[in-house]
Design a protein around this ligand. Structure first.
Ligand code: C2E
Ligand code: MG
Ligand code: MG
Length: 570
């Protein structure tokens, strides 16, 4: 580039004249040698040698088409297809009209007709071709990243948009490729190795877009963007492309992640297509093998919804959009089912989305720890409610609250719960704690220690969703629990599927062994209830008796039904 700029400032340029006709060579040389350094070749083979040797300093080749050894057409084709020689412009010498078009098609910059007539016209054509070629090299170099040869971001988006306009917004696919842990590659193997990797990726992408007819750029340090005409087959072809790039890099420590927006007509603007491709790419962080994902509109809406819920949670708490509902549990040991307790279940009445069930936000809030705040709210509400029922109806209804696995890692959990019961004038036995079985398998030692501590304080523990986790039989026998709550999925099919019924029977046997009562939740029909009773289940919770109810309705139900509470735990 530097060399080129200096030459532009006034150094003499070099021209190679290739013609088997001695007179023609000499005549042209005479016309041009005042301004240019001239060298000569009498056929294509010799010319090619000179061009290869002087490739950095040659500014132009003037080429006769008909020559022995290698003719002008062949040499022209060869020069155009060679990455290093392509930048040297070629003016073709011809005496036939038809040859002009053909040589322009092959990539000649211009032509000079034989026999030569006006030297001024020839000199002007030569100087014009040199200038155009040099300008185009300067443009090429400023618009492209030196290391990879791909476009810089700004030019990429500019050309991409132009492509969209020219092609009447035909469908285009966008791909974002990112190198996993590239900074580590640089730190471990050095910058020059890192550069080599980038260069190799650049070459692969260059080939890909030359074939498929698109554009590619190096966006940030280690991120690449590829813009391609839409291809329905991209999903099938992508693994092959990725494989080819991996093979070329040839280093199993280096992997790329690819996010793809495959045009489905929903997005019209290039930048948005790349926003979506980048979103798909971001989700694949830090894989050890190259991987790819396609942007999915539905998934994206879900993510936006989740984001919204996270943002809205604090406000919702302070505006009391959360309500605690209560679902009754019935003891079925005697002739007539008796209300024995309730489970507190959260509901979110969102001003915009209406009622949101906990299935939509509990695991989301577990991921970011917000669940602790929410659970504390529910525990407080439930304790205040037990107090109120005690005062109003003179009945103590034990309420179970859900304790997330995240809460179990809070070393102050027992104190927090004790404070709540105390503030409401309750015994710790009034508040039952439901802990899902899968939490026990997360970090069993720590969870078991916490459960022991809670029981020591007088809280009773129900193992929720039993059968969904992977407790080992060995672990089960040492578990400090007060009740087993069977996972709903067994109950759902208990009447249709004899295997499920037998599994439930086994789980009830385990409860007998542990000497704790069994609760079945999700019981919706009389048949399910009767079968469970026959199998020896102690307590039933489910729509068969009642859906979760707002506290006022639950209070009325309790008042009507409850004259004496049957504690299954006593
Ligand atoms: P879970 O603790 O196993 O609660 C039982 C779920 O089963 C509740 O769903 C309840 O409404 C539903 N259910 C009860 N009987 C039936 C029935 O007969 N048929 C059917 N199809 N469903 C029935 P819900 O309220 O949507 O809660 C879902 C899960 O969300 C709960 O499962 C629990 O894991 C979690 N959750 C609810 N509230 C809280 C909370 O305050 N804190 C925490 N950490 N988790 C909560
Ligand atoms: Mg529960
Ligand atoms: Mg459950």
């Amino acid at each position: 580039m530097q060399e080129l700029l200096e030459r532009k400032k006034g150094l003499r340029r070099s021209i190679l004249i290739v013609d088997d006709d001695y007179i023609a060579r000499e005549m042209l040389g005479k016309m041009l040698n005042d301004q240019y350094e001239i060298s000569y070749a009498e056929n294509g083979v010799i010319a090619l040698e000179i061009i290869r040797r002087d490739k950095l300093k040659l500014s132009l080749v003037i080429l006769d088409l008909h020559m022995p050894e290698m003719d002008g057409y062949s040499l022209l084709k060869l020069l155009r297809s060679d990455n290093e020689l392509r930048r040297i412009p070629v003016i073709v010498l011809t005496s036939e009209k038809g040859a002009e078009v053909e040589s322009l098609k092959l990539g000649a910059a211009d032509f000079i007709a034989k026999p030569f007539d006006m030297p001024e016209v020839i000199c002007a054509r030569v100087s014009h071709s040199i200038e155009l070629a040099e300008d185009s090299v300067i443009i090429h170099e400023t618009e492209r990243d030196e290391l990879t040869g791909l476009f810089h971001k700004e030019f990429f988006f500019q050309y991409g948009k132009r492509l969209d306009d020219l092609n009447n917004n035909m469908p285009m696919d966008a791909v974002v490729a990112d190198i996993n842990r590239f900074h580590v590659v640089n730190e471990l193997y050095g910058r020059s190795y890192g550069n080599l990797v980038l260069k190799t990726i650049g070459e692969s992408l260059h080939e890909l877009v030359s074939e498929a007819g698109g554009l590619a750029c190096r966006r940030d340090n280690d991120q690449f963007c590829i813009y391609l005409p839409h291809n329905d087959e991209l999903k099938n072809k992508l693994p092959q492309y990725i494989d080819a790039i991996d093979k070329r890099i040839n280093d199993s420590n280096i992997s790329l992640r690819y996010g793809v927006y495959s045009d489905d007509g929903s997005v019209k603007c290039m930048e948005h297509r790349f926003d979506y491709a980048r979103l798909a790419c971001q989700k694949l962080r830090n894989s050890y093998v190259s991987s790819y994902d396609f942007y999915n509109d539905e998934q994206h809406s879900k993510e936006l919804f989740s984001e919204r819920l996270i943002n809205d949670m604090d406000k919702a708490l302070s505006e009391r959009q959360f309500k605690v509902y209560y679902q009754p549990k019935y003891s079925i040991a005697g002739d007539k089912p008796k209300l024995s307790s309730a489970e507190a279940l959260i509901r979110w009445f969102h001003p915009e989305f209406g009622m949101i069930s906990p299935g939509q936000f509990i695991s989301l809030f577990e991921e970011n720890g917000l669940i602790q705040k929410l659970d504390r709210f529910v525990w407080n509400e439930a304790a205040a409610q037990i107090r109120l029922w005690k005062d109003r109806y003179g009945i103590g209804i034990p309420v179970s609250v859900n304790v997330s696995r995240v809460d179990m890692f809070n070393s102050h959990l027992a104190q927090i719960l004790e404070k709540i019961t105390k503030q409401n004038g309750l015994e710790n036995t009034d508040l039952l704690l439901e802990i899902t079985e899968s939490a026990y398998t997360d970090d069993s030692d720590q969870i078991i220690e916490m459960v022991k501590k809670l029981r020591k304080c007088g809280f009773r523990i129900e193992m929720d969703d039993f059968g969904s986790g992977y407790s080992s039989l060995n672990m089960l026998t040492s578990l400090p629990i007060d009740a087993l709550k069977l996972d709903m999925k067994f109950i759902k099919v208990i009447c249709e599927n004899t295997k499920s019924a037998r599994l439930v029977a086994i789980m009830i046997d385990i409860a007998r062994l542990l000497e704790v009562p069994v609760i079945a939740e999700g019981v919706e029909t009389k048949e399910q209830m009767e079968l469970l009773k026959k199998l020896g289940c102690d307590i039933i919770q489910g729509y068969y008796f009642s859906k979760p109810l707002p506290p006022e309705e639950f209070g009325k139900l309790a008042e009507k039904e409850l004259k004496e509470i049957n504690h299954a735990y006593n």
